[in-house]
Design a protein around this ligand. Sequence first.
Ligand SMILES: [Zn+2]
Length: 114
Amino acid sequence: MTIDLKKAQKTLEARQQELANLSANSKQSRDPVTLDQQSVGRLSRMDAMQGQAMAQEAERRRARDSVRIAEALKRLDDDDYGYCIECDEEIAPKRLEIDPAAALCIKCASRSEG
Ligand SMILES: [Zn+2]
């Protein structure tokens, strides 16, 4: 296995920290839209609600990423890291370089994507 596990762990931990920071920073934009009805028109209220929906979607994406990263870190702990969770084959190091949280080898990943 040619994967640098220490480096992978560092990358994963840094990414998880980054996700946590982003999540904390954007918390306000996900809060219910409360606008002063007198100072803003209907349009900006809709803008604000759209912005909120986008912020919520971004947060859902971050939550999914965070779970993937947590699972990858657990695999590192279990010495399972770098192996496909479907077929147990080694995941190509290049693939892990691009996405250190990758849980599937390229074959299984392309199969599950259809
Ligand atoms: Zn596989």
